[in-house]
Design a protein around this ligand. Structure first.
Ligand SMILES: Cc1ncc(COP(=O)(O)O)c(C=O)c1O
Length: 438
């Protein structure tokens, strides 16, 4: 039996019992379940990097506002489906102060997390034109969004942006858009899983092509302001979080509260529809809705049908925290900066022990340190590496499920790792390196 940090036999048995044919093909939830079982059987704690959940306490201002709203009896009342006015006003202010864009409050709509925001967007936007097929994903990406498109019976296209950074992005995008089949483009920025951040040049290319081909850009800002190389935390002052909204009016932004305000459990996010898109008339929408105007179809058709709006008290929570942020009383970026600090140390522990960072650059600049990073080890596919790392008490997910073509790669999420675990991480990676000399 091999001498590995986690009992070799137990890990082997648990992997077998899980029935998973490949660890690399497993979903995040499947990996989580498997690790839970190995931890239980061995009593050993893993370095758990598989799930992207916040590792910080929720914003206190939000909690207090929500409790207050509950005490005021708000829970008994149906919220308006387009959102409470205080929140709509603060969202509109937030995008003005932190993105430097103007959006009317009617297009600022709370959703049940960005998860619902994305679902509602695909559902509505991909039905604007009968002759189009669906979404183009600029990958790597968040796997469940493709599932959302699939379960809607829509089509999607995707490509790994790794080889198409900078000017090369234009021709690549155009090769899809010129087919006339694409109704929307989706990407996250900063990117889950690779933590690449598009440069202004790349956002300009995306925006210009969205104009040329009349395609809606769905920009997923789940990690708003978390490119810590720049300070995006000062309201109304540059630099602003980069956004495609600077280069096109044909956009819809998804801003999650899960990571920036550590509010994942309350499932509240923001959808921000540009004034132009909100008022766009697309007669093909009448196949599904009573309205041909995008904003009305989205609110009174889609959001109403899916969930009848967003839970009432989390809207008060989000309104309160945004108000504090907008007034400069709460620096949300400072609070989450710890993720970047941990990533910097963890990436060094990995690279000191023979590992490589897979997505390592934004054009010519080294990638930022943040919520996620990607790594590989010479001679291993991502699937083999994930499997082998189980014996060393380290869990993550394969890039293969994210649309990445870097099949040697694995995504690590730093959020749940405590600094006290760094010595363990170091010991385990050292042992891995010794056992697998390069
Ligand atoms: C890129 C991306 N989009 C959306 C989400 C979902 O956000 P929410 O919790 O607001 O539904 C996540 C969560 O991990 C994410 O990484």
């Amino acid at each position: 039996m091999k001498d590995t940090p986690i009992n070799y036999q137990v890990v082997t048995d648990k992997i077998k019992e899980s029935g998973l044919t490949s660890i690399g093909g497993a979903t995040i939830r499947e990996i989580k379940k498997l690790i839970d079982q190995i931890e239980k059987a061995t009593g050993e704690k893993f370095i758990r990097m598989e799930m992207g959940i916040p590792g910080l306490p929720p914003a206190q201002i939000a909690i207090e506002a929500e409790i207050d709203a509950l005490h005021r009896g708000i829970a008994a009342i149906y919220p308006d489906i387009y959102g409470i006015q205080e929140l709509k006003t603060e969202i509109s202010r937030f995008v003005k102060l932190f993105l430097d864009i103007e959006v009317n409050t009617e297009g600022c709509i709370p959703t049940v997390g960005s998860m619902m925001g994305a679902f509602a967007s695909f559902l509505t936007i991909n039905r604007m034109y009968a002759d189009r097929e669906g979404t183009l994903f600029i990958d790597p990406g968040f796997p469940v969004q493709k599932q959302q498109v699939r379960i809607l019976g829509q089509k999607y296209y995707s490509f790994d942006v790794y080889d198409y950074r900078g000017d090369k992005l234009r021709d690549k995008l155009e090769s899809y858009l010129s087919t006339g089949k694409i109704s929307s483009i989706l990407y996250s920025n900063p990117n889950n899983p690779s933590w690449i951040c598009f440069t202004d040049k790349e956002l300009r290319i995306i925006g210009e092509l969205a104009n040329k081909y009349n395609v809606v850009v769905i920009e997923d800002l789940a990690y708003f302001g978390m490119d810590f190389r720049k300070d995006y935390s000062q309201p109304g002052q540059p630099p602003y979080q980069p956004t495609v909204a600077k280069y096109t009016d044909n956009y819809l932004l998804l801003i999650s509260s899960s990571k920036v305000f550590s509010y994942a459990g309350q499932r509240v996010g923001m959808m921000v529809i540009s004034d132009k898109l909100f008022n766009t008339q697309a007669p093909d929408l009448l196949r599904y809705y009573k309205f041909d105007k995008v904003g009305q179809a989205m609110i009174f058709g889609t959001v109403y049908s899916i969930s009848s709006g967003t839970a009432h008290t989390p809207q008060y929570a989000l309104a309160a925290v945004l108000k504090a942020v907008n007034e400069g009383r709460y620096n949300f970026v400072e609070v989450v900066r710890e993720y970047g600090a941990k990533a910097k140390i963890m990436k060094k522990i990995f690279t000191d022990n023979g590992f490589n960072i897979v997505y390592d650059k934004d054009e010519d600049n080294p990638i930022a340190d943040g919520f996620y990073f990607t790594f590989s080890y010479p001679g291993f596919t991502g699937d083999e590496l994930l499997h082998e790392l189980m014996y060393y008490g380290i869990s993550a997910i394969s890039l293969a499920i994210t649309g990445s073509e870097r099949l040697e790669g694995i995504r690590a999420c730093v959020s749940l790792i405590k600094r006290e675990q760094f010595p363990d991480l170091e010991y385990r990676l050292k042992k891995f390196h010794e056992d697998h000399p390069v």
